[in-house]
Ligand binder design. Structure first.
Ligand code: FE
Length: 181
């Protein structure tokens, strides 16, 4: 099995799990995020980052109601570590930063907080709440902060019941290319 198949296999194994507190599965959420990145004309690394941004949820074993139990799994760090074996920072950095991007947007866009889903507001508290001004500055110094913010917006949108998307298999070549094979 190729590395691309390996990576995508986690969705076949666990992708049917519910996306935390939303009415879509993990696989639907991933496919919708990737589709949105394509619709917005994002470069390939960001499309792949969108597809794989929550892989950290699928490579750990804590169960679907984890935020309800008051635990922040740090899935963005888990996902980044898992993917860093295969991909460069143009894919792993937006993923690592996508939770901080929520805390960032809550600090710089007052409107943003209002449109978050209930589950997202709940996890925000566990993740530390909106950033303070020093954290905002430090976040903006990251070379991939804009990509992380863009990914975050797709993440927030990718919760639509019944949205049409390409299948997982249709992203295989994209993932393969990014792996250099
Ligand atoms: Fe997500």
């Amino acid at each position: 099995m190729s590395a691309a198949d390996d990576i995508l296999a986690v969705f076949n194994d666990r992708g049917s799990e519910q996306y935390f507190g939303e009415n879509v599965s993990q696989l639907e959420h991933a496919l919708q995020a990737a589709r949105l990145a394509q619709i917005y004309g994002c470069p390939e690394p960001l499309i792949i980052a969108a597809l794989l941004h929550d892989v950290g949820h699928l490579v750990h074993e804590s169960g679907e109601d984890i935020a309800d139990r008051g635990i922040d799994t740090r899935h963005e760090a888990l996902g980044e570590a898992w993917l860093a074996r295969h991909f460069g920072p143009e894919i792993t950095e937006p993923i690592r930063l996508h939770v901080d991007a929520k805390r960032y947007l809550c600090a710089v866009e007052p409107e943003y907080l209002k449109q978050l889903s209930a589950a997202s507001v709940q996890s925000l508290k566990l993740q530390g709440g909106p950033m303070n001004p020093d954290e905002v500055k430090a976040f903006e110094a990251n070379p991939y902060f804009q990509e992380a913010v863009t990914l975050r917006r797709f993440d927030d949108e990718a919760k639509v019941v019944g949205m049409e998307t390409p299948s997982l298999g249709e992203y295989r070549n994209l993932v393969s290319r990014a792996l250099g094979n």
